[in-house]
Structures are given as structure tokens and as C-alpha cells.
Design a protein around this ligand. Structure first.
Ligand SMILES: Cc1cc2nc3c(=O)[nH]c(=O)nc-3n(C[C@H](O)[C@H](O)[C@H](O)COP(=O)(O)OP(=O)(O)OC[C@H]3O[C@@H](n4cnc5c(N)ncnc54)[C@H](O)[C@@H]3O)c2cc1C
Ligand code: SF4
Length: 435
């Protein structure tokens, strides 16, 4: 049986950060097992920006962040096994794996569960009526659109105003689909203020507060939903798509053998498997800290304590200030008395405060390749918002051959905006089985 200093289960941002931290701490026998055929967890499907502020000090897209971490891992001796599912963790520190070459068992001095979270589905909600096609979770829609180039429908209602639902609402609106509204049962919107503004308000998508979906209509395909307000009033909305964004559930089934007692000190849980993180940097920071604590632990010492959270503040706008919308940190900016802004976490905050930077943003989407998969792209520079429709329309007709390199120009001046559209990541003709 192979032995390792650390076995990491799950190759999302938390698992990758943990494996890197172990390598940097001097461990030379580190195994990272990932059931998907590539690393990154949910990142490859998140073509929007908002990742990597702490780790890289810049705002990357999900594929870009995953690409950088994957490249760092490839430069270490960490044994990365993609296409490999962990099926069990034993009390004797053994881990059972099922990969392309069949089953295998190995033993770790320490084991770290970084298996992420799954989305809560419609079946877990008190919604009556039929069960037609056309009901998706937000993550499923993101995966379909950004990785496979498939669109769920034409007229969508979104249930739940978390960040994922709002980001999907914007993505659908950008691609010319009608988003009728976002129903939220609470009295206030969920998610980041930045997303409420940039994903809903800017696209004229209504947020129906104190409202939920109670019934589905339609036989084969969804034809409508019944919305109920807190005061009991109901109305029917005709739509062909319902997208749920009602929370994530940590994936912890592998901890079943340890149920009812404290986890043994050689076993840790990090990232979304431990608790839900809305910022990838926080998940990665916690995973790296926990790995160091786990590895430094004496054989008979107590279980490692969770490291403190990364200091990223995500405040709501205060009356006296404005929230900077340029990145998910959402710094609250106030006049500093000298014509500038106090509270900015970086120099761009002052420019935002002077309202110089709001009107331009990068177009972030995915274009179809000749073999059908989609490659995430971005405009080489921020673009005036009113040019988005022409650029997206030109990109929807674009077909690019593989392979492509990160930063390669895939469309020159689409929609006539005066700049290029480049690939976010390298993509090979056939996706590699492992790094
Ligand atoms: C739609 C969406 C949008 C987001 N937007 C942002 C954003 O703009 N900015 C930001 O900072 N953060 C964002 N986040 C949050 C961020 O992506 C998460 O905090 C982060 O992905 C959590 O990382 P993780 O490694 O714990 O989980 P995941 O990314 O879910 O990775 C878990 C991995 O474990 C693997 N796995 C699970 N079980 C097994 C098993 N038994 N064997 C082997 N492998 C297994 C899975 O295949 C997966 O690859 C977003 C999240 C989502 C879902
Ligand atoms: S000032 Fe703006 S861009 Fe800079 S860190 Fe704060 S929110 Fe991000």
C-alpha cells in the first residue's frame, strides 16, 4: 500500500491550496485526488471575474485562477490523480480510490477532505405541481452555458437571490434571454451588494422580495410557476425555465464512519466541504492554514484548530459612504476631506470614488470551438457597457479552432469596439486526462 504525508480529496481551489501548502511545508509525498478529468472544482465554469484577490492581488476569472494554481502544482512533485474518486476513508488512515486503472488503497499520515458542496435542488423545497423539464440549479445552467454552449430556455424565473443565481441571471440576459425576475423569500436580497447592482439592477431584472415559488405548471416542459408573497397573495408567471439558487450543501458523506464523535486529529475538512465560502480566496486561505496545522500536529496532540478567516471585509453600503463595485471586496469609500477616498483597499478605489471607472467593464463569456466545447474569453480591455450587445452578438457567430493559448486573440475587433477578444486559458485539442 502506498503511503503519503498528506492525501487531499478534491482538486478544487481548497484542495489545490492544501496540496501546495503541504509541498511548500516540505512534504514530498502528497497525493491530490480529483474525480473530474481536470482540476479547479467549480472554477472552470465561472467565466466571470472576482477570483484571486488575496492570492494574486488581481481580479481573475475562475478559469484563469484555476489555470494559475494548476500551473503552480505542475511545478511541484505533488501526485495529481484526476479522474479518480475517493470512495472511503477508514479509521486506520486508509483511503480507497477508484481511478482509470481500477481500485486502489493508500494510507496518509494526514488526510484532508476538500470535496466542496452540491447545490440544493428543487426536490428539497416545498414546491407542488408537476415535475416538467426546464427546472435547473444555477450551477447546472452555468455549466451548460459556459462549458457546453447550451442554453436552458428563453424566459426564466430565478428562485433565490444568492450570488450564483444573480450571476446566472446576468449571463442569461447578456446572451439575449429574458429573465423575468428573481424571487427571494427574505425581506432583503442575498449575496453581495455588487452583484445585486451589476447583475440585476443594471439589466432591469426585478428582485421580488418576500416572494417564493410554490407551484410548477406544465406537463413535458415547464409552462409557468405560481409565486406567493408573504401576505399570502399569489400570481402565475408564464416561463419555460426555473433556475434555483437556494443554497449549497457541504459534501461530507465520506465522514460517515466518524459520525457521532470528534474527527480524529489526522483528518481535516476544508473549503466548502467544511462551510460555504462565497470568496475563493477565503476557501484557499483556510485550506492552506489547516494543512499546515494538520501537518505540524504532534502524533498525540489535540486536533488542529481552524485558522482565522482571511481578513476580507464585504460590507453593505453605509449611509455616509459608497461601496466600491470594482471587485468583490466591496470596500466602503468615504470622502477623506482632501478630495480623495478613505477606506479604499487599493488605488482603483479612489478612481471609482471619482466615478471614473464605472462605465467600462470587460465582456466575459465563452465562445464555441470547432469541436463543440467552449473556451472562456475576455475582451482585452474594459468596454463601454452599451457596446456589450454588439460584441456578444459577433462572438455568438465566432468558431475557433483548437488548440488555443491563454491570451491568444480569438476575435479581432468583434462588434467594432476597437479591441480584441482573447482566450482566458490554454485549451488543447483534446482535453488532457491529467495535468
Ligand atoms: C457559481 C459560483 C460562483 C462563484 N463566484 C465566485 C466569485 O466570483 N469569486 C469568488 O472568490 N468565489 C466565488 N465562488 C465561490 C468559490 O468558487 C468557492 O468558494 C470555491 O470553489 C470552494 O472551493 P472548494 O475547493 O471547497 O470546492 P469546489 O470548487 O466545489 O471543489 C471541490 C472538488 O472536489 C471534488 N470531489 C468531490 N468529492 C470527491 C471525491 N469523493 N473524490 C474526488 N474528488 C472529489 C469535486 O469534483 C470538485 O472538483 C463561486 C462559487 C460558485 C458555485
Ligand atoms: S477599492 Fe475597490 S477595487 Fe480596490 S480592493 Fe476595494 S473594492 Fe476592490
Amino acid at each position: 500500500m502506498d503511503r503519503y504525508d498528506l492525501i487531499v480529496i478534491g482538486g478544487g481551489p481548497a484542495g489545490m491550496a492544501a496540496a501546495l501548502a503541504a509541498w511548500e511545508a516540505g512534504c514530498r509525498r502528497v497525493l491530490l485526488a480529483e474525480r473530474d478529468d481536470r482540476l479547479g472544482g467549480v472554477l472552470p465554469q465561472c467565466v466571470h471575474t472576482g477570483f484571486g484577490l488575496l492570492e494574486y492581488g488581481e481580479e481573475l476569472t475562475g478559469p484563469e485562477y484555476a489555470g494559475r494554481q494548476t500551473a503552480r502544482l505542475a511545478a511541484t512533485g505533488v501526485e495529481v490523480c484526476t479522474g479518480t474518486t475517493v470512495t472511503g476513508i477508514g479509521p486506520d488512515r486508509t483511503v480507497s480510490l477508484l481511478g482509470r486503472d481500477g481500485p486502489r488503497r493508500c494510507r496518509g499520515r494526514a488526510v484532508l477532505l476538500a470535496s466542496g458542496a452540491r447545490e440544493r435542488a428543487i426536490g428539497s423545497l416545498p414546491v407542488t405541481g408537476t415535475r416538467p423539464a426546464g427546472v435547473f440549479t444555477a450551477g447546472q445552467v452555468q455549466r451548460l452555458m459556459n462549458l457546453k454552449g447550451l442554453f436552458p430556455g428563453e424566459r426564466a424565473v430565478i428562485l433565490g437571490s444568492g450570488d450564483i443565481g444573480m450571476i446566472v441571471a446576468r449571463r442569461l440576459a447578456l446572451e439575449g434571454r429574458r429573465v423575468l425576475g428573481v424571487a427571494e423569500q427574505a425581506a432583503h436580497g442575498g449575496g453581495l451588494y455588487r452583484n445585486r447592482l451589476q447583475c440585476l439592477e443594471e439589466f432591469g431584472i426585478p428582485l421580488w422580495l418576500e416572494t417564493t415559488v410554490v407551484r410548477l405548471h406544465g406537463r413535458d416542459r415547464l409552462e409557468g410557476v405560481t409565486l406567493r408573497r408573504r401576505d399570502g397573495t399569489e400570481r402565475e408567471v408564464a416561463c419555460d425555465t426555473l433556475i434555483t439558487s437556494v443554497g449549497l450543501i457541504p459534501e461530507r458523506e465520506l465522514l460517515e464512519p466518524f459520525r457521532g464523535g470528534p474527527l480524529p486529529p489526522w483528518l481535516g475538512v476544508c473549503g466548502n466541504a467544511g462551510r460555504i465560502y462565497d470568496l475563493v480566496d477565503r476557501a484557499a486561505h483556510q485550506a492552506a492554514g489547516l494543512t499546515r496545522a494538520l501537518l505540524a500536529r504532534k502524533e498525540d496532540g489535540p486536533a488542529p484548530a481552524l485558522p482565522p478567516e482571511a481578513a476580507v471585509e464585504v460590507p453593505e453600503p453605509g449611509e455616509a459612504g459608497m461601496v466600491c463595485l470594482l471587485c468583490p471586496k466591496g470596500c466602503v469609500l468615504r470622502p477623506d476631506g482632501a478630495g480623495g477616498a478613505a477606506g479604499a483597499g487599493c488605488p482603483r478605489g479612489a478612481a471609482f470614488f471619482r466615478r471614473e471607472l464605472v462605465e467600462r467593464r470587460r465582456v466575459l463569456t465563452a465562445v464555441v470551438t470547432l469541436n463543440g466545447v467552449r473556451v472562456p474569453v475576455r475582451t482585452a480591455a474594459p468596454v463601454p457597457l452599451d457596446r456589450f450587445p454588439e460584441i456578444l452578438s459577433a462572438l455568438s457567430r465566432c468558431r475557433v479552432p483548437l488548440p488555443v493559448e491563454a491570451g491568444q486573440v480569438l476575435a479581432a475587433d468583434p462588434g467594432g469596439w476597437g479591441g480584441d477578444v482573447v482566450a482566458q486559458v490554454r485549451m488543447e485539442a483534446a482535453r488532457p486526462a491529467s495535468i
